[in-house]
Design a protein around this ligand. Structure first.
Ligand code: NI
Length: 263
């Protein structure tokens, strides 16, 4: 059995055919998924899906790419995280990839928003879901300054080289790999896939984006995390079942959940 540690099944294309998405999870032995919040405006759709389905969990956070989203306060994140299906704070982090003419100095609002989320994680004792793109040094520096390692969490859709993974692991973080690992050109990610300690590894789809091979370029969905898991098992020269069991165990341990029977 596999768990998709990061998906957006409340987004268009998945939400409108949710019964089929959940059925295909069952067919692919994907037992659980974490539906990740990207802003407060769409958070109700995340919470609604998680409330109606036992095997779907939720997070609370505002994505660094959503500059125009309503800015959350620590108190507001803490309050929203009281929902019984909310198991994490995020996704949060930094993204300097889409600067669109702005300088890194001008991205202070992102760094402030990131600190807000880390403080909410402390207050709720819930792990963080961290997005980092073209910003690894600042991401790791702010994590250290704000003691993000106290709650720990996961570096999601990880695409940085091994040296960055090592620094995140030192800060008590897990590494989650998406379908990108199956792309031929993703040699850095495949290197990370072979080297992350097995007890710190998670797998995800980040669906509807980033479908793994053999669905590359098509809409992604949580069922396909099974392809991500099998590809990593191959890279690590271990049985699929062992990789599935370890990443499932890691998911339930990290988020403080009772593991289901058979996990
Ligand atoms: Ni995401």
């Amino acid at each position: 059995m596999f768990v998709d540690s990061h998906c957006h099944i409340n987004f268009e294309g998945l939400a409108d055919r949710l019964p089929q998405v959940l059925e295909r999870m069952r067919e692919h032995a994907v037992t659980h998924a974490l539906c990740v919040s990207v802003d407060l405006e769409t958070l109700p759709s995340v919470l609604d899906i998680a409330t109606r389905h036992d095997n779907i969990y939720a997070s609370v956070g505002v994505h660094p790419d959503h500059q125009d989203a309503r800015e959350p306060s620590v108190a507001e994140l803490v309050e929203l995280a009281q929902h019984p299906k909310v198991i994490a704070i995020g996704e949060t982090g930094l993204d300097y990839y889409r600067l669109e003419g702005r300088t890194i100095d001008e991205m202070e609002w992102q760094r402030e928003r990131f600190r807000t989320h880390i403080r909410a994680a402390h207050a709720t004792k819930k792990p963080l879901i961290i997005h980092t793109r073209a910003s690894a040094d600042d991401t790791l520096r702010i994590m250290a300054e704000e003691r993000a390692g106290d709650t720990g969490g996961v570096m999601h859709c990880f695409t940085e080289p091994w040296a960055v993974a090592e620094r995140a692991l030192e800060q008590n973080f897990h590494i989650s790999l998406s379908g990108i690992v199956t792309f031929k050109s993703a040699v850095d990610v495949q290197d990370v896939a072979r080297r992350v300690p097995l007890d710190r590894l998670l797998i995800e789809t980040d669906s509807p984006y980033l479908a793994p091979v053999p669905y590359r370029g098509k809409p992604n969905e949580p069922a396909y995390v099974s392809y991500v898991g099998r590809f990593i098992a191959q890279q690590r020269e271990m049985p699929d079942e062992a990789l599935a069991a370890a990443t499932t165990r890691n998911f339930f341990r990290l988020f403080g959940l009772q593991a289901p029977v058979g996990a």
